[in-house]
Design a binder for this molecule. Structure first.
Ligand code: CP
Length: 312
């Protein structure tokens, strides 16, 4: 397949065939990641800037490892220690970085639409590593890749419950797009104050009660309570939230016997999920992290080796 996308901004820009192709390339890199020497020369001479204006452990580290395993040079810029702290704008920072001629910029930013804003202004590829509450496409791809390793290519007949702080979650928005494209049914469960406006247009079924939402589901994706994005007054208190919407083993009695538990991380243990369940044998949390490296290798490879229209 010829890769025609300059940027990765949302899942909605991809079709099912392209998602399948990313997974096939990620399979190859997954095999590289199992070797004693985990490095291939496919991006030798290319450079990637990791521009993370918001905190990250998993996404930043895995894009960094991904680039290095493909032999690209990777450079990190975070809010702390950069001129963003002196008030330099996103546009000026990005144009400054572009002048150094990187082949791709991986951007995490607190503002929804930040990646799209840069993609329209930069010649190099822009990979959205999470923008506000809008999108986190590489997370959705790694979630899909992780479930594919259990369910195979077609998710028809599978039901996935997304549980928790949906209002503030870019992961939820991207996961819904990807999971439905692969054939799964998606349910959502959250207190009303943590459901976004305009959800009626989403292809999901919404549940208010967790026990009912868990009936027959094949996977549950718990979301972190994003206290840093919440306005005061959305929840009475954390203890009550944990008692009403915190997932624990008792809820799994309602679910499919093979139910898988997922969480994009970081986890608030004892709040959105019990600590024991996060570490249980049916938890795929660390499989998601491992998938993240292979999927992000595939994303960098496809975007940084594509032929431009002029080259063709
Ligand atoms: N899932 C996720 O985006 O984690 P980080 O914030 O640690 O990158």
């Amino acid at each position: 397949m010829q890769w025609n996308h300059k940027d990765l901004l949302t899942i909605s820009q991809l079709n099912r065939e392209e998602i399948g192709y990313i997974f096939k390339i990620a399979d190859r890199f997954d095999e590289v990641n199992m070797r004693p020497v985990k490095k291939v020369p496919v991006l030798k001479g290319k450079s990637v800037v990791l521009f993370f204006a918001e905190a990250s452990t998993r996404t930043k580290t895995s894009f960094d490892i991904a680039g290095k395993r493909l032999s690209a040079d990777t450079f990190s810029l975070t809010k702390t220690g950069s001129s963003l702290q002196k008030g330099e704008t996103l546009k000026d920072t990005a144009l400054t970085l572009q002048a150094m001629r990187p082949d791709a910029i991986v951007l995490r930013h607190w503002s929804s639409g930040a990646a799209d804003f840069l993609a329209k202004r930069l010649h190099c590829s822009v990979i959205n590593a999470g923008d506000g509450r809008h999108a986190h496409p590489s997370q959705a791809l790694l979630d899909g890749f992780t479930l594919r390793s259990v369910w195979g290519e077609d998710f028809t007949g599978k039901t996935v419950l997304i549980l928790g702080d949906i209002a503030h979650s870019r992961v939820a928005r991207s996961d819904v797009q990807l999971l439905t494209m692969l054939g799964a049914k998606v349910r959502m469960c959250a207190p009303r104050t943590l459901l976004p406006c305009g959800m009626r247009t989403w292809p999901v079924t919404v549940y208010e009660h967790l026990a009912t939402a868990c009936k027959g589901v094949d996977a549950i994706i718990c979301l972190r309570l994003q206290l840093e994005r919440q306005k005061a007054g959305l929840l009475p208190d954390l203890r009550e939230y944990a008692m009403t919407y915190g997932l624990d083993f008792s809820h799994l009695q309602q679910a499919s016997p093979d139910v898988k538990i997922m969480h994009p991380g970081p986890i608030n243990r004892g709040v959105e999920i019990s600590s024991a369940l996060a570490d249980a044998s049916n938890s795929l949390v660390l499989n998601q992290v491992a998938s993240g490296v292979a999927v992000r290798m595939a994303i960098l490879y496809l975007h940084m080796t594509r032929e431009t229209a002029e080259e063709r």
